[in-house]
Design a protein around this ligand. Structure first.
Ligand code: B12
Ligand code: SF4
Ligand code: SF4
Length: 381
């Protein structure tokens, strides 16, 4: 099995038994009951129960093979063009890891069936299998206070896949490691999404959840905390002292250019549906969909843009998606107030947009943006 895995380029491989993960199940059901998984609608109690039982994933399963690929590529050289740029989480800067894993796992599973005559079922991410507690049970790493699996020598910078099989393979021992008194990830989280003692993540406050999974409006009070992030968030990973970067990133996760890691926000906002698909085909960013990604770009411009970006947000007020128009209104108000820019033209643009706006959400956002501009120092009442 190790040879098969190595043949597919997996250096990190561990085995665990296929018994139900009772402690993880209890924790996951508690997370669900307390609303910490709100918005992840497919994660029903039934899904979580199946996802903590490898035997439900593959009838007769005896072993789960855990496989990891490192995803910590160095930051590309900073751009010198002075344009406002967003930030994409490291795991999403290269090829879509689902595709990278799928090909390798499918080939491994086929070899297990054909060469070893055993049953095998692979998965990456979408499950139903909770990969972090399984990987912790296999001794691949331990569960950190950031809720990430931390792997000695690599820290949280790994992506996981798994294959359940009915082969009996000696399980690897769990690691006797913990975070100790460290709390860096909890302190670093911009939105307080991690519980004060750590280990518990609240999706409702997590930038990663909102920028990737949330299809609707971003809660207004969270938007200023997003900074320049347009897809995912790495703050609790970046803060983690574990990992001496022993493994280089898998080459497929290395960004091809600065635009893969730090896209120009105005360019994102200009993408229509076809151009979005053209640009992000084969990339994890497709998950956010065009409207979600442009929404994120508007927020990032509001938080970090310059006076040159006012025109970009003015144009976004006329976007075909109400989700984008509403966030563009918020972002325009925030940009103008943050930079102390002359407000009359922004007020005029918002008033103009309001007269032709019929969508409730977008109307409300324009009205709030106008009210905040009028209340701001130098604003007109
Ligand atoms: C849904 C999901 C998310 C949701 C998180 C929802 C949530 N509240 O946890 C969102 C969209 C926010 C998200 C964000 C991210 N994700 Co994600 N995500 C998943 C997914 C699909 C399911 C994880 C999940 O929510 N399970 C339910 C929760 C309750 O359980 P859990 O976290 O899996 O396991 C916990 C419990 O079982 C508990 N537990 C287990 N045993 C015990 C015992 C005791 C006693 C106790 C107290 C607790 C306990 O501890 C575990 C950790 O908290 C997995 C893939 C998969 N199929 O597992 C990827 C996955 C976890 N994500 C991954 C990644 C890379 C990320 C991001 C880094 C992406 C980014 N850069 O933006 C962030 C990191 C955020 C963070 N700090 O965790 C990787 C993690 C790799 C790793 N090294 O850990 C995974 C494994 C995907 C993959 N195939 O590689 N993600
Ligand atoms: S991904 Fe970002 S927002 Fe989510 S828990 Fe980590 S630091 Fe907090
Ligand atoms: S930052 Fe510290 S507490 Fe958080 S996961 Fe890493 S080692 Fe654990």
């Amino acid at each position: 099995m190790l040879e098969l895995a190595r043949g597919e380029g997996f250096e990190l491989v561990r085995f665990t038994g296929a018994e139900p993960l009772t402690a993880a199940r209890e924790e996951a059901l508690r997370a669900h009951a307390e609303g910490r998984l709100d918005g992840l609608d497919w994660m029903t109690n039934g899904w979580l129960i199946r996802a903590t039982d490898p035997g439900a994933f593959l009838a007769g399963a005896r072993t789960v093979v855990l496989l990891a690929l490192p995803c910590h590529a160095p930051e590309p050289e900073p751009a010198t063009d002075g344009r406002s740029r967003g930030r994409v989480a490291r795991y999403a800067r290269g090829r879509d890891y689902h595709r990278v894993f799928e090909k390798k796992l499918r080939q491994m599973a086929r070899a297990i069936r054909q060469e070893l005559g055993a049953a095998a079922r692979p998965t990456v991410d979408y499950g139903p299998l909770l990969e972090r507690p399984l990987a912790a049970a296999s001794g691949m790493g331990w569960l950190g206070k950031s809720s990430m699996l931390l792997v000695p020598g690599v820290g949280p910078w790994v992506l996981l896949g798994a294959i359940a099989t009915d082969l009996v393979i000696e399980p690897d021992p769990q690691l006797a490691k913990s975070c100790g008194s460290c709390t860096r990830c909890i302190v670093a989280c911009p939105t307080g999404a991690l519980s004060p003692e750590g280990y518990l993540l609240d999706s409702r406050r997590c930038i990663s959840y909102h920028t990737i999974e949330n299809r609707g409006p971003i809660p207004r009070e969270l938007r200023p905390l997003f900074g320049d992030r347009v897809f995912g968030c790495d703050d609790c990973l970046d803060a983690c002292p574990v990992g001496a970067r022993r493994f280089d990133s898998h080459p497929d996760f290395v960004p091809g250019s600065i635009d893969d890691a730090r896209p120009v926000l105005a360019d994102l906002i200009a993408l229509d549906e076809d151009a979005f698909t053209e640009r992000f085909r084969g990339r994890a960013i497709m998950r956010a969909k065009r409207d979600g990604m442009i929404r994120n770009a508007c927020i990032a411009l509001g938080n970090t843009g310059t006076s040159e970006d006012v025109a970009v947000l003015n144009a976004a007020l006329g976007d075909h998606a109400a989700l984008v128009r509403g966030h563009a209104a918020w972002a325009l108000g925030r940009l103008v107030r943050r930079l102390g820019l002359e407000q009359d033209s922004a007020v005029a643009a918002l008033e103009n947009a309001f007269t032709s706006e019929h969508h409730t959400f977008a109307r409300e956002e324009i009205a709030v943006a106008l009210a905040e501009l009028r209340d701001a120092p130098g604003g007109h009442r």
